[in-house]
Write a protein that binds this ligand. Structure first.
Ligand SMILES: [Zn+2]
Length: 411
Protein backbone atom coordinates (compact mmCIF):
# COMPACT_ATOMS: atom_id res chain seq x y z
CA UNK A 1 0.00 0.00 0.00
CA UNK A 2 1.57 3.28 -1.12
CA UNK A 3 0.46 6.73 0.00
CA UNK A 4 0.74 9.20 -2.88
CA UNK A 5 -0.92 12.29 -1.41
CA UNK A 6 -3.29 13.62 1.23
CA UNK A 7 -0.97 12.61 4.08
CA UNK A 8 -0.43 15.16 6.87
CA UNK A 9 -2.37 17.59 4.67
CA UNK A 10 -5.86 18.19 3.28
CA UNK A 11 -5.83 17.92 -0.51
CA UNK A 12 -4.53 15.79 -3.41
CA UNK A 13 -5.57 12.44 -1.98
CA UNK A 14 -4.12 9.30 -3.58
CA UNK A 15 -3.59 5.78 -2.22
CA UNK A 16 -2.23 2.91 -4.30
CA UNK A 17 -3.18 -0.61 -3.23
CA UNK A 18 -1.23 -3.66 -4.38
CA UNK A 19 0.63 -1.62 -6.98
CA UNK A 20 -2.34 -1.35 -9.33
CA UNK A 21 -5.55 -0.13 -7.69
CA UNK A 22 -5.59 3.60 -7.03
CA UNK A 23 -8.06 5.09 -4.57
CA UNK A 24 -8.67 8.77 -5.42
CA UNK A 25 -6.45 11.16 -7.34
CA UNK A 26 -7.12 14.74 -6.29
CA UNK A 27 -5.85 18.27 -6.63
CA UNK A 28 -4.63 20.44 -3.77
CA UNK A 29 -5.94 23.87 -4.66
CA UNK A 30 -3.87 26.97 -4.13
CA UNK A 31 -1.91 29.53 -6.14
CA UNK A 32 0.05 26.69 -7.65
CA UNK A 33 -2.05 23.50 -7.61
CA UNK A 34 -0.37 20.36 -6.31
CA UNK A 35 -0.99 16.74 -7.32
CA UNK A 36 -0.30 13.34 -5.78
CA UNK A 37 3.03 11.68 -6.61
CA UNK A 38 2.74 10.09 -10.02
CA UNK A 39 5.36 7.35 -9.90
CA UNK A 40 2.89 4.59 -10.68
CA UNK A 41 0.85 2.84 -13.34
CA UNK A 42 -2.58 2.09 -11.88
CA UNK A 43 -4.75 -0.34 -13.84
CA UNK A 44 -7.86 0.68 -11.94
CA UNK A 45 -8.95 3.92 -10.29
CA UNK A 46 -11.70 3.98 -7.65
CA UNK A 47 -13.01 7.44 -6.82
CA UNK A 48 -14.54 8.06 -3.38
CA UNK A 49 -16.41 11.30 -4.13
CA UNK A 50 -16.79 14.37 -6.29
CA UNK A 51 -14.65 16.91 -4.49
CA UNK A 52 -11.57 18.34 -6.21
CA UNK A 53 -9.16 17.04 -3.59
CA UNK A 54 -10.31 13.46 -4.30
CA UNK A 55 -11.27 13.34 -7.98
CA UNK A 56 -9.81 16.51 -9.53
CA UNK A 57 -6.77 14.98 -11.26
CA UNK A 58 -8.26 11.64 -12.36
CA UNK A 59 -8.50 12.83 -16.02
CA UNK A 60 -4.73 13.28 -15.88
CA UNK A 61 -4.27 9.49 -15.63
CA UNK A 62 -6.01 8.67 -18.91
CA UNK A 63 -2.74 8.17 -20.81
CA UNK A 64 -2.30 5.04 -18.69
CA UNK A 65 -5.68 3.65 -19.85
CA UNK A 66 -7.04 2.66 -16.43
CA UNK A 67 -10.56 1.43 -15.74
CA UNK A 68 -12.40 3.85 -13.47
CA UNK A 69 -15.22 3.08 -11.02
CA UNK A 70 -17.42 5.43 -9.01
CA UNK A 71 -21.05 6.09 -8.10
CA UNK A 72 -23.19 7.85 -10.76
CA UNK A 73 -23.28 11.25 -8.98
CA UNK A 74 -19.50 11.11 -8.42
CA UNK A 75 -18.97 10.41 -12.13
CA UNK A 76 -21.01 13.48 -13.07
CA UNK A 77 -19.31 15.71 -10.49
CA UNK A 78 -15.87 14.56 -11.64
CA UNK A 79 -16.79 15.54 -15.18
CA UNK A 80 -18.24 18.88 -14.07
CA UNK A 81 -15.15 19.73 -12.01
CA UNK A 82 -12.93 18.61 -14.89
CA UNK A 83 -14.65 21.02 -17.26
CA UNK A 84 -14.31 23.76 -14.67
CA UNK A 85 -10.59 23.06 -14.24
CA UNK A 86 -10.11 23.42 -18.01
CA UNK A 87 -12.06 26.69 -17.99
CA UNK A 88 -10.15 28.09 -14.99
CA UNK A 89 -6.80 27.21 -16.54
CA UNK A 90 -7.60 29.63 -19.36
CA UNK A 91 -8.28 32.53 -16.99
CA UNK A 92 -5.83 32.12 -14.12
CA UNK A 93 -2.26 33.33 -13.89
CA UNK A 94 -0.73 29.86 -14.04
CA UNK A 95 -2.75 29.09 -17.18
CA UNK A 96 -1.85 25.42 -16.92
CA UNK A 97 -4.32 22.58 -16.82
CA UNK A 98 -3.20 19.14 -15.67
CA UNK A 99 -5.14 17.54 -18.57
CA UNK A 100 -6.84 18.44 -21.84
CA UNK A 101 -10.45 18.05 -23.08
CA UNK A 102 -9.64 14.74 -24.75
CA UNK A 103 -8.59 13.29 -21.37
CA UNK A 104 -11.96 14.25 -19.93
CA UNK A 105 -13.68 12.64 -22.88
CA UNK A 106 -11.63 9.47 -22.34
CA UNK A 107 -12.56 9.44 -18.67
CA UNK A 108 -16.23 9.33 -19.65
CA UNK A 109 -15.54 6.23 -21.77
CA UNK A 110 -13.46 4.50 -19.13
CA UNK A 111 -15.85 5.07 -16.22
CA UNK A 112 -18.19 2.34 -14.95
CA UNK A 113 -20.78 3.65 -12.50
CA UNK A 114 -21.69 1.47 -9.52
CA UNK A 115 -24.32 2.15 -6.85
CA UNK A 116 -23.79 1.66 -3.10
CA UNK A 117 -23.86 -1.93 -1.89
CA UNK A 118 -23.18 -3.62 -5.27
CA UNK A 119 -20.07 -5.79 -5.03
CA UNK A 120 -17.88 -5.96 -8.14
CA UNK A 121 -14.60 -7.68 -9.01
CA UNK A 122 -11.23 -6.15 -9.80
CA UNK A 123 -8.71 -8.91 -10.39
CA UNK A 124 -8.49 -10.84 -7.12
CA UNK A 125 -10.40 -8.18 -5.16
CA UNK A 126 -14.10 -7.84 -4.36
CA UNK A 127 -14.95 -4.16 -4.13
CA UNK A 128 -17.98 -2.41 -2.67
CA UNK A 129 -18.95 1.26 -2.15
CA UNK A 130 -20.65 2.38 1.07
CA UNK A 131 -22.47 5.65 1.64
CA UNK A 132 -20.31 7.98 3.74
CA UNK A 133 -22.85 10.78 4.16
CA UNK A 134 -20.38 13.53 3.18
CA UNK A 135 -21.98 14.70 -0.10
CA UNK A 136 -24.39 12.94 -2.48
CA UNK A 137 -22.67 9.90 -3.97
CA UNK A 138 -19.74 9.93 -1.52
CA UNK A 139 -18.37 6.45 -0.90
CA UNK A 140 -16.15 4.60 1.47
CA UNK A 141 -14.35 1.88 -0.47
CA UNK A 142 -14.12 -1.71 0.80
CA UNK A 143 -11.65 -4.11 -0.80
CA UNK A 144 -11.37 -7.80 0.03
CA UNK A 145 -8.78 -10.12 -1.50
CA UNK A 146 -9.38 -13.77 -2.39
CA UNK A 147 -7.33 -14.68 0.70
CA UNK A 148 -9.74 -12.73 2.93
CA UNK A 149 -7.52 -9.69 3.63
CA UNK A 150 -9.65 -6.59 3.73
CA UNK A 151 -9.27 -2.81 3.69
CA UNK A 152 -11.74 0.01 4.21
CA UNK A 153 -10.86 3.48 2.94
CA UNK A 154 -13.29 6.00 4.41
CA UNK A 155 -12.71 8.85 1.96
CA UNK A 156 -14.45 11.85 3.56
CA UNK A 157 -17.32 10.90 5.82
CA UNK A 158 -19.94 12.19 8.19
CA UNK A 159 -22.01 10.01 10.47
CA UNK A 160 -24.58 12.77 10.92
CA UNK A 161 -27.28 13.71 8.44
CA UNK A 162 -27.58 17.20 6.94
CA UNK A 163 -30.51 18.84 5.15
CA UNK A 164 -29.06 17.42 1.91
CA UNK A 165 -27.88 13.88 2.71
CA UNK A 166 -28.36 11.03 5.16
CA UNK A 167 -25.50 10.22 7.54
CA UNK A 168 -23.05 7.43 6.64
CA UNK A 169 -24.24 3.85 6.32
CA UNK A 170 -22.93 1.19 8.70
CA UNK A 171 -19.39 0.44 7.55
CA UNK A 172 -18.15 -3.10 6.84
CA UNK A 173 -15.48 -4.91 8.84
CA UNK A 174 -11.88 -4.64 7.66
CA UNK A 175 -8.40 -5.71 8.85
CA UNK A 176 -7.00 -2.39 7.71
CA UNK A 177 -8.71 0.96 8.10
CA UNK A 178 -7.57 4.08 6.25
CA UNK A 179 -9.25 6.99 7.93
CA UNK A 180 -9.77 10.65 7.10
CA UNK A 181 -9.41 12.67 10.28
CA UNK A 182 -9.92 16.27 9.20
CA UNK A 183 -11.59 17.24 12.47
CA UNK A 184 -9.39 15.36 14.94
CA UNK A 185 -9.36 17.27 18.28
CA UNK A 186 -12.29 19.41 17.16
CA UNK A 187 -15.95 18.75 17.81
CA UNK A 188 -18.63 20.47 15.80
CA UNK A 189 -21.13 22.90 17.23
CA UNK A 190 -24.59 21.29 16.92
CA UNK A 191 -25.87 22.01 13.40
CA UNK A 192 -29.06 23.62 14.70
CA UNK A 193 -27.07 26.28 16.61
CA UNK A 194 -24.89 27.01 13.59
CA UNK A 195 -27.97 27.34 11.40
CA UNK A 196 -29.66 29.76 13.80
CA UNK A 197 -26.61 32.02 14.07
CA UNK A 198 -26.13 31.95 10.33
CA UNK A 199 -29.74 32.92 9.56
CA UNK A 200 -29.68 35.69 12.19
CA UNK A 201 -26.52 37.10 10.68
CA UNK A 202 -27.92 37.03 7.13
CA UNK A 203 -31.10 38.80 8.26
CA UNK A 204 -29.11 41.35 10.24
CA UNK A 205 -26.94 42.15 7.21
CA UNK A 206 -30.00 42.74 5.02
CA UNK A 207 -31.64 44.94 7.65
CA UNK A 208 -28.51 47.09 7.82
CA UNK A 209 -28.56 47.53 4.06
CA UNK A 210 -25.58 45.29 3.25
CA UNK A 211 -25.04 42.32 0.99
CA UNK A 212 -24.54 38.88 2.52
CA UNK A 213 -21.95 37.16 0.34
CA UNK A 214 -21.91 33.42 1.02
CA UNK A 215 -19.02 31.61 -0.67
CA UNK A 216 -19.81 27.88 -0.82
CA UNK A 217 -18.50 24.75 -2.53
CA UNK A 218 -20.65 24.10 -5.59
CA UNK A 219 -21.08 20.45 -4.71
CA UNK A 220 -23.03 19.84 -1.53
CA UNK A 221 -22.58 23.03 0.45
CA UNK A 222 -24.36 25.37 -1.99
CA UNK A 223 -27.45 23.12 -2.03
CA UNK A 224 -27.49 22.70 1.74
CA UNK A 225 -27.18 26.46 2.34
CA UNK A 226 -29.96 27.20 -0.16
CA UNK A 227 -32.22 24.63 1.55
CA UNK A 228 -31.53 26.35 4.87
CA UNK A 229 -32.27 29.82 3.50
CA UNK A 230 -35.46 28.51 1.87
CA UNK A 231 -36.60 27.01 5.17
CA UNK A 232 -36.45 30.55 6.58
CA UNK A 233 -38.17 32.18 3.63
CA UNK A 234 -35.01 33.92 2.40
CA UNK A 235 -34.58 34.28 -1.35
CA UNK A 236 -30.98 34.15 -2.52
CA UNK A 237 -29.14 34.72 -5.77
CA UNK A 238 -27.04 31.80 -6.91
CA UNK A 239 -24.02 32.28 -9.16
CA UNK A 240 -21.56 29.63 -10.31
CA UNK A 241 -21.72 25.86 -10.62
CA UNK A 242 -24.22 25.30 -7.79
CA UNK A 243 -27.10 25.31 -10.26
CA UNK A 244 -25.40 22.73 -12.55
CA UNK A 245 -24.92 20.51 -9.52
CA UNK A 246 -28.62 20.79 -8.70
CA UNK A 247 -29.49 19.67 -12.24
CA UNK A 248 -27.30 16.60 -11.72
CA UNK A 249 -28.81 15.85 -8.30
CA UNK A 250 -32.32 15.93 -9.73
CA UNK A 251 -31.42 12.76 -11.67
CA UNK A 252 -30.42 10.87 -8.51
CA UNK A 253 -33.09 11.46 -5.84
CA UNK A 254 -32.12 8.18 -4.16
CA UNK A 255 -28.82 9.84 -3.15
CA UNK A 256 -30.64 12.68 -1.34
CA UNK A 257 -32.34 12.93 2.02
CA UNK A 258 -35.24 15.04 0.86
CA UNK A 259 -35.45 15.69 -2.91
CA UNK A 260 -38.73 17.64 -2.55
CA UNK A 261 -37.19 20.22 -0.21
CA UNK A 262 -34.19 20.56 -2.53
CA UNK A 263 -36.59 21.26 -5.43
CA UNK A 264 -38.46 23.79 -3.35
CA UNK A 265 -35.23 25.61 -2.47
CA UNK A 266 -34.20 25.85 -6.13
CA UNK A 267 -37.61 27.11 -7.18
CA UNK A 268 -37.02 30.06 -4.86
CA UNK A 269 -33.49 30.99 -5.95
CA UNK A 270 -32.66 33.52 -8.65
CA UNK A 271 -29.78 32.48 -10.87
CA UNK A 272 -27.39 35.22 -11.99
CA UNK A 273 -25.84 35.56 -15.43
CA UNK A 274 -22.44 37.26 -15.75
CA UNK A 275 -23.92 40.50 -17.17
CA UNK A 276 -26.44 40.74 -14.29
CA UNK A 277 -23.93 40.73 -11.46
CA UNK A 278 -23.70 44.48 -10.98
CA UNK A 279 -27.48 44.74 -10.97
CA UNK A 280 -27.67 42.24 -8.09
CA UNK A 281 -25.34 44.44 -6.04
CA UNK A 282 -27.53 47.53 -6.39
CA UNK A 283 -29.81 46.41 -3.51
CA UNK A 284 -29.15 44.54 -0.25
CA UNK A 285 -29.13 40.89 -1.22
CA UNK A 286 -28.01 37.38 -0.37
CA UNK A 287 -25.60 35.78 -2.84
CA UNK A 288 -24.52 32.14 -2.65
CA UNK A 289 -21.56 31.59 -4.95
CA UNK A 290 -18.33 29.75 -5.70
CA UNK A 291 -15.46 29.38 -4.90
CA UNK A 292 -15.97 28.27 -1.32
CA UNK A 293 -12.37 29.15 -0.42
CA UNK A 294 -12.36 32.38 -2.47
CA UNK A 295 -9.74 31.02 -4.85
CA UNK A 296 -11.55 31.99 -8.04
CA UNK A 297 -15.07 31.98 -9.40
CA UNK A 298 -17.75 34.69 -9.18
CA UNK A 299 -17.09 35.14 -5.42
CA UNK A 300 -13.96 37.11 -6.36
CA UNK A 301 -15.93 39.35 -8.70
CA UNK A 302 -18.45 40.18 -5.97
CA UNK A 303 -15.63 40.78 -3.49
CA UNK A 304 -13.93 43.17 -5.90
CA UNK A 305 -17.14 45.25 -5.75
CA UNK A 306 -17.93 44.83 -2.03
CA UNK A 307 -14.56 44.87 -0.31
CA UNK A 308 -14.84 48.49 0.79
CA UNK A 309 -18.38 48.17 2.17
CA UNK A 310 -18.47 47.76 5.97
CA UNK A 311 -22.23 47.07 5.89
CA UNK A 312 -21.74 43.91 3.85
CA UNK A 313 -20.68 40.57 5.22
CA UNK A 314 -18.77 37.50 4.05
CA UNK A 315 -20.18 34.34 5.55
CA UNK A 316 -17.74 31.49 4.95
CA UNK A 317 -19.37 28.06 5.03
CA UNK A 318 -16.47 25.73 4.18
CA UNK A 319 -13.24 24.54 5.70
CA UNK A 320 -10.57 27.07 4.64
CA UNK A 321 -7.38 25.26 3.69
CA UNK A 322 -4.02 26.85 4.57
CA UNK A 323 -2.74 28.99 1.72
CA UNK A 324 -6.17 29.82 0.27
CA UNK A 325 -7.73 33.27 0.00
CA UNK A 326 -10.42 32.15 2.45
CA UNK A 327 -7.80 31.46 5.12
CA UNK A 328 -6.10 34.79 4.32
CA UNK A 329 -9.43 36.59 4.69
CA UNK A 330 -10.13 34.95 8.04
CA UNK A 331 -6.70 35.50 9.52
CA UNK A 332 -5.56 38.78 7.96
CA UNK A 333 -8.69 40.35 6.41
CA UNK A 334 -7.10 40.37 2.98
CA UNK A 335 -7.36 38.43 -0.25
CA UNK A 336 -5.06 38.30 -3.27
CA UNK A 337 -6.55 38.47 -6.71
CA UNK A 338 -4.82 38.95 -10.07
CA UNK A 339 -1.71 40.19 -8.28
CA UNK A 340 -3.63 42.77 -6.19
CA UNK A 341 -4.07 42.62 -2.44
CA UNK A 342 -7.51 43.76 -1.28
CA UNK A 343 -8.08 44.74 2.36
CA UNK A 344 -11.59 43.66 3.33
CA UNK A 345 -13.93 46.06 5.11
CA UNK A 346 -16.97 43.72 5.33
CA UNK A 347 -17.30 41.62 8.46
CA UNK A 348 -15.98 38.09 7.92
CA UNK A 349 -17.62 35.20 9.68
CA UNK A 350 -16.93 31.46 9.56
CA UNK A 351 -19.71 28.90 10.03
CA UNK A 352 -19.12 25.24 10.73
CA UNK A 353 -21.35 23.45 8.22
CA UNK A 354 -18.87 20.64 8.13
CA UNK A 355 -19.67 17.47 6.21
CA UNK A 356 -16.96 15.61 8.14
CA UNK A 357 -17.26 13.75 11.42
CA UNK A 358 -16.00 15.58 14.50
CA UNK A 359 -13.47 14.36 17.07
CA UNK A 360 -15.79 12.24 19.24
CA UNK A 361 -17.31 10.52 16.21
CA UNK A 362 -13.87 9.78 14.76
CA UNK A 363 -12.74 8.21 18.01
CA UNK A 364 -15.95 6.21 18.38
CA UNK A 365 -15.62 4.96 14.82
CA UNK A 366 -12.06 3.79 15.44
CA UNK A 367 -13.15 1.96 18.61
CA UNK A 368 -16.06 0.30 16.78
CA UNK A 369 -13.79 -0.89 13.96
CA UNK A 370 -11.28 -2.30 16.44
CA UNK A 371 -14.02 -4.15 18.34
CA UNK A 372 -14.75 -5.84 15.00
CA UNK A 373 -11.14 -7.05 14.57
CA UNK A 374 -9.43 -4.19 12.73
CA UNK A 375 -5.72 -4.69 13.35
CA UNK A 376 -4.12 -1.63 11.78
CA UNK A 377 -5.16 1.93 11.15
CA UNK A 378 -3.72 4.59 8.87
CA UNK A 379 -4.66 8.18 9.54
CA UNK A 380 -4.65 10.79 6.78
CA UNK A 381 -6.33 13.99 5.56
CA UNK A 382 -5.22 16.38 8.31
CA UNK A 383 -1.90 17.86 9.45
CA UNK A 384 -2.10 16.42 12.99
CA UNK A 385 -2.16 12.74 12.03
CA UNK A 386 0.79 11.81 14.25
CA UNK A 387 -1.03 12.89 17.41
CA UNK A 388 -4.16 10.99 16.38
CA UNK A 389 -2.15 7.92 15.47
CA UNK A 390 -0.46 8.01 18.88
CA UNK A 391 -3.87 8.33 20.56
CA UNK A 392 -5.08 5.22 18.72
CA UNK A 393 -2.00 3.17 19.67
CA UNK A 394 -2.15 4.21 23.34
CA UNK A 395 -5.91 4.22 23.93
CA UNK A 396 -6.92 1.25 21.84
CA UNK A 397 -3.69 -0.67 21.48
CA UNK A 398 -3.83 -1.44 17.77
CA UNK A 399 -1.07 -0.64 15.29
CA UNK A 400 -1.54 2.85 14.02
CA UNK A 401 0.39 4.88 11.46
CA UNK A 402 0.55 8.48 10.29
CA UNK A 403 2.09 7.94 6.86
CA UNK A 404 3.86 10.60 4.82
CA UNK A 405 3.35 11.14 1.11
CA UNK A 406 5.58 8.69 -0.73
CA UNK A 407 5.61 6.11 2.07
CA UNK A 408 4.76 2.45 1.38
CA UNK A 409 3.74 -0.41 3.67
CA UNK A 410 3.67 -4.16 3.03
CA UNK A 411 1.88 -6.79 5.10
ZN1 LIG B 1 -14.81 15.94 0.39
Amino acid sequence: MAFKGGCKEVGRSGLLVNGEILLDYGIKVGDIPEYPLNDMEPKTVLVSHGHLDHCGAVPNLMYQNPEVYMTPPTAEFTNLLGRDTLKLAKTTLSGVSPFDPEDLHQLGHRTRTIDYGNTFKINEYSVCFYNTGHIPGASGIHLESEHGESLFYTGDFSLKETRLVHGAAEFPEADTLVLESTYFEEDHIPRKETEEKFIESVQDTLEKGGTALIPAFAIGRTQEVLMLLDAHGITAYVDGMGLDVYKILKKYPEYLRNPELLDRAFKRVISVKVQQRDLVLKKPSVIVTTAGMLDGGPALYYLSRLYKDPKSKILLTDYQVEGTNGRLALEHRIIETKGDVLTLKPKIEQYDFSAHSGDSELKKLVKDFCKKDTIRIFVMHVDKTEVFSQWISEEIGVDSYAPSNGESFTF
